[in-house]
Design a protein around this ligand. Structure first.
Ligand code: HGY
Ligand code: MN
Ligand code: MN
Length: 396
């Protein structure tokens, strides 16, 4: 499975993945998912929001145990973030069949669409729509970098956008959702464990900072006469690092767009996207407010206009203790329990159904990079742990 999926959407130059919502590589990943489902005799289903489901047993029986993750990537992302959870779900089912496990509940494997929000800017679109955390009207406002609406991209990929919306009936039939994911940090490397259990997801969000100045000639405009938004952007990036250090939080400006983006032209507009995360909401609020205040101060001084728009936000997620502890018991009670700053579909769904996460050791902690890696032995340990969990939750 891993070898079949590995080349899909991989850029030959960077070695990273470019699997974005509803693009060609995404379609190839979806075709791969459907083939894995159907070769295992699972009932394949595409839900109204474009999430893929592979069912064993009758979903209408309710109390289903569901496991899965996502197949889309960040720009030039790694091979494991998302796909490890989906491949491990199919592999765990294969293992349970080898064990002759008898299922007392329906089981489903899922691929949630557009988890990374790489194309339309909002994380977890597929699971947010399903959980009613993204309204249809807000979804209709989403545009990609070329101005293509999400709904048009869906249509072009053959998915009816008029069907999108909350799916509480589907979620009501789920008793537990388990997401296995490569760890995006080094906690398991440091503790020496191949697998760990998630405790919580930090609150985190994305804010777009629009710095509007005055386009002018780079070679003839005196410094004193400039209203240069690039300068204000640069001062804001430095302020973000300072505010994050002060609050023991994280702040990243990783994406920028410049108009007109000419070497010899002072920009008219600089757009910078802030990703900020903190262990608690108060710290996150302090950091973002501090960065915005600094940005406004620099903007005023430079005669630059500033507009800040929150584009994505996920409140803190505490995974349900009973399910977290049940996983711990099933897995022998000695697995480390760790928090994370990375968002996941499990975080979104935790507001609607009991959810838990398993992490697989990432020896370098590097993620959202072609260098992302997990050792095969650790991936196998993850599959066996997931199989034990699914057997403990769904089998007689
Ligand atoms: O950004 C995140 O935390 C996740 O990878 N979507
Ligand atoms: Mn990710
Ligand atoms: Mn992920």
């Amino acid at each position: 499975m891993w070898r079949d999926l590995a080349p899909v959407g991989r850029d030959a130059g960077s070695g990273g993945y470019r699997r974005y919502a509803w693009n060609g590589a995404d379609a190839d990943c979806r075709a791969w998912f459907r083939e894995q489902a159907e070769t295992r005799g699972l009932a394949y289903e595409l839900d109204r929001n474009g999430n893929q489901w592979a069912w064993l047993g009758d979903p209408s029986a309710g109390d289903a145990v569901v496991t899965g993750s996502h197949l889309d990537s960040v720009p030039d992302g790694g091979a494991f973030d998302g796909p490890l959870g989906v491949v491990s779900s199919f592999a765990a089912l294969d293992e349970l069949r080898r064990r002759g496990a008898r299922f007392a509940k329906p089981l489903a494997i899922t691929n949630f669409g557009d988890e990374e929000g790489a194309r339309f800017g909002l994380a977890c679109v597929g699971s947010r729509l399903t959980a009613g955390q993204l309204t249809v009207e807000k979804a209709h406002e989403l545009r990609d970098g070329e101005g293509v609406p999400l709904t048009r991209a869906m249509e072009a990929a053959g998915h009816d956008p008029s069907a999108i919306g909350p799916d509480s009936e589907r979620l009501a039939g789920i008793g537990a959702f388990i997401e296995l994911h490569v760890e995006q940090g080094r906690a398991l490397d440091l503790s020496g464990d191949p697998v760990g259990i998630a405790s919580a997801i930090w609150p985190h969000g994305r804010w777009r900072f629009d710095f509007r100045g005055e386009a002018n000639h780079a070679g003839t405009t005196r410094l004193a006469d400039r209203r240069d938004p690039m300068l204000t952007y640069a001062e804001t990036v430095l302020a973000a690092r300072r505010e994050a250090e002060l609050a023991g939080a994280l702040a990243t400006f990783g994406k920028i767009s410049v108009e007109p983006n000419g070497v010899n032209a002072i920009p008219s507009l600089v757009r910078g996207w802030l990703d900020s995360r903190a262990a608690d909401q108060a710290a996150l609020d302090t950091v973002v407010a501090g960065i915005e205040a600094a940005a406004r101060e620099h903007a005023d001084r430079a005669g630059v206009e500033l507009r800040v728009v929150q584009e994505s936000f996920t409140p803190v997620v505490e995974f349900e203790h009973a399910l977290r502890d049940e996983l711990g018991k099933i897995l022998g009670g000695r697995l480390p329990v760790l928090g994370t700053g990375a968002g996941h579909d499990a975080g979104i769904l935790s507001a609607s159904v009991p959810t838990a996460m398993l992490f697989v050791r990432n020896p370098t902690g590097v993620s959202h990079s072609p260098a992302e890696y997990a050792a095969e032995d650790d991936c196998v340990a993850g599959v066996l742990a997931l199989a034990d969990v699914l057997e403990g939750l769904a089998c007689a």
